[in-house]
Design a protein around this ligand. Structure first.
Ligand SMILES: Cc1ncc(C[n+]2csc(CCOP(=O)(O)OP(=O)(O)O)c2C)c(N)n1
Ligand SMILES: [Mg+2]
Length: 359
């Protein structure tokens, strides 16, 4: 399927249409129950995201990068991966991290300013999120190369944005992946903006997916608000990678409904009209219409799904807020396996100071 969608021509894979109609020939093999459970998860992510924004406004959470609008791209791709695949997320991937096994509690702990939220439990193959834009595709390629050498039969996925494709590290990672045929998926969520920089001036290329061609492997542009298209393309890329077929670049075309972060005001650089144009393409709305057509969605069910999500989220927040503060010495203790003499001296100074002055 990926070969059929020539990214140079901007031919985008779409399976689930905005009005809820579905191209049955291309629809991935997912049961109705599974699709309904994906919808539930998308609702949960949207609510958890909204909650993070309101906690930030109440001073209970730090600067936060919202997901709203990108739920299909995240839930669809995360579910298409194998159990042991590795994920290398950037900062807007609350949905991916949650789907791959990071707890909501830990996600909130991190955004509340406590790095211990990034300590991923054993067996959860999610790397700490990357704040430097576009740097972690290199790590994903390294992990994929190691997996290939060991014959693990897994792949590694780097999640990044449209802006990430302008970073040198991204191109080095793509080049290396092409030469060494590493089992890597480059998953780009093109949400149309890199803070205030619109996609059209991010690159002169017609699509972001076509950048794969220069490095000698396949790229595909998919409707990133279409759960089925995202799932199908990721699944195919995953199977190809795990079978030794090398890397793939997926450009999921989507839209960030919210601000870049809680420290941003998007009205300064984009119009209300543009936002209105994207609203009918909302990934949740589309899936809701599809489910409704199958008799698998209604107002009562929606209310129940939302209530369940609310309970899960409130529980996670309670747990996150209950985590005791880190000790002051922990600022110094974890940068190196063993503290350098200089760090030790700084730590001792601080502890002596606190000893004199109190907390
Ligand atoms: C190397 C680097 N340069 C600049 C920044 C500041 N910065 C943070 S997010 C961002 C834009 C990223 O845009 P994109 O890759 O499209 O991802 P999105 O935020 O849209 O998800 C920039 C420039 C950074 N974090 N890292
Ligand atoms: Mg972007």
């Amino acid at each position: 399927m990926i070969e059929k969608f020539d990214p140079l021509k901007g031919k985008m894979l779409r399976i689930l249409h905005p009005d809820g109609r579905c191209d049955e020939k291309l629809k991935p093999d997912l049961s109705d129950d599974t699709v309904q459970s994906f919808y539930r998860e998308m609702v949960l992510i949207r609510q958890a995201d909204q909650k993070a924004l309101s906690l930030q406004r109440q001073g209970r959470l730090g600067t936060y990068a919202p997901v709203q609008g990108q739920e299909a791209a995240q839930v669809g791709s995360a579910h298409a991966l194998g159990q042991n695949d590795w994920v290398f997320p950037s900062f807007r991937e609350m949905g991916v991290c949650y789907m791959r096994g990071v707890s909501l509690k830990d996600i909130y702990v991190y955004w509340m300013g406590d790095e211990r939220g990034q300590k991923v439990p054993e067996g959860v193959n999610v790397f700490p999120i990357s704040i430097p834009v576009g740097s972690h595709p290199l790590h994903a390629v390294g992990a994929a190369w190691a997996a290939k050498l060991q014959g693990d039969g897994i792949c590694a996925v780097a999640y990044f944005g449209d802006g990430g494709t302008s970073e040198g590290d991204f191109h080095e990672a793509m080049n290396f992946a092409g030469v060494f045929q590493t089992p890597t998926i480059f998953f780009c969520q093109n949400n149309q903006y890199a803070i205030s920089v619109p996609r059209k001036i991010q690159t002169a290329a017609n699509t972001l997916a076509q950048k794969a061609i220069a490095y000698g492997f396949g790229g595909i542009q998919v409707d990133g608000n279409d759960l089925f298209a995202v799932y199908a393309a990721t699944k195919e890329a995953r199977e190809k990678a795990a079978a030794g077929g090398g890397p793939t670049l997926i450009e999921a075309v989507t839209y960030r409904f919210g601000p870049h972060t809680t420290a941003d005001d998007p009205t300064k650089y984009r119009s209300d009209e543009e936002l209105e144009e994207w609203k009918p393409l909302d990934p949740l709305l589309r899936l809701q219409k599809y489910l409704q057509g199958k008799g698998l969605w209604g107002e009562d069910l929606e209310a129940q799904i939302k209530e369940e999500a609310e309970n899960t989220i409130n529980q996670a927040i309670q747990e996150a807020e209950g985590v005791p503060d880190p000790k002051p010495e922990e600022f110094f203790q974890y940068a190196f396996a063993e503290m350098t003499p200089n760090l030790k001296e700084q730590m001792d100074d601080l502890l002596a100071f606190l000893g004199e002055k109190g907390d």
